[in-house]
Design a protein around this ligand. Structure first.
Ligand code: ZN
Ligand code: ZN
Ligand code: ZN
Length: 171
């Protein structure tokens, strides 16, 4: 089994960024909200900063229900977004960058984000990119992607699990 892969530096920075503040370099300009992330420089820029980052890889940040989101089609070019629940806005699919604060603790059954317990539609395991890439456990060699497997295995009793492994070795 492979150990947890460190997340790319730019991704760690992206998930800790604050967007939509006015750009201090273009204070007097209109539409100076910093809503673009430059992957090469690992900084957040405004549309007026673009000429300096023309040849850099960039990600457009959008707003949906007052939260930062990115288009799924943009994100998929850079990272594997499987198991993160997408939402549709303006006929485009978007995913949340970070988990959203919940007004009250959610006590329900059904499908929940494995990291933050937000309720999700069925095949998805994570409510946001951040919930997917930040490890749930800090144990060494624990890959966040083995979580579904563990959840699945925990459905069996210990006895069944033992015979499952025995059969696996015998076979
Ligand atoms: Zn700027
Ligand atoms: Zn740049
Ligand atoms: Zn979550």
């Amino acid at each position: 089994m492979v150990g947890p892969r460190p997340i790319p530096h730019w991704l760690g920075v992206l998930l800790g960024q604050k967007f939509f503040d006015p750009c201090i370099l273009h204070e007097s300009a209109k539409k100076n909200e910093k809503n673009i992330f430059c992957l090469n420089c690992c900084i957040t820029i405004c549309p007026h900063c673009l000429p300096l980052h023309r040849h850099h890889r960039r990600l457009q940040i959008r707003r949906y229900v007052y939260q930062d989101v990115i288009r799924l089609s943009d994100a998929q070019k850079l990272i594997n977004c499987s198991l993160v629940q997408p939402y549709t806005t303006n006929s485009a699919k978007v995913i949340f960058l970070n988990e959203r604060p919940m007004s009250r603790p959610f006590r329900g059954s059904g499908n929940l984000c494995v990291k933050c317990d937000r309720s999700l539609q069925d095949p998805f395991l994570f409510c946001s990119l951040s919930c997917k890439v930040h490890p749930i456990f800090t144990l060494p060699n624990f890959d966040v992607l083995t979580m579904p497997l563990l959840l699945f295995l925990s459905l069996f009793s210990t006895v069944n699990l033992m015979s499952f492994f025995r059969n696996m070795h015998a076979g």
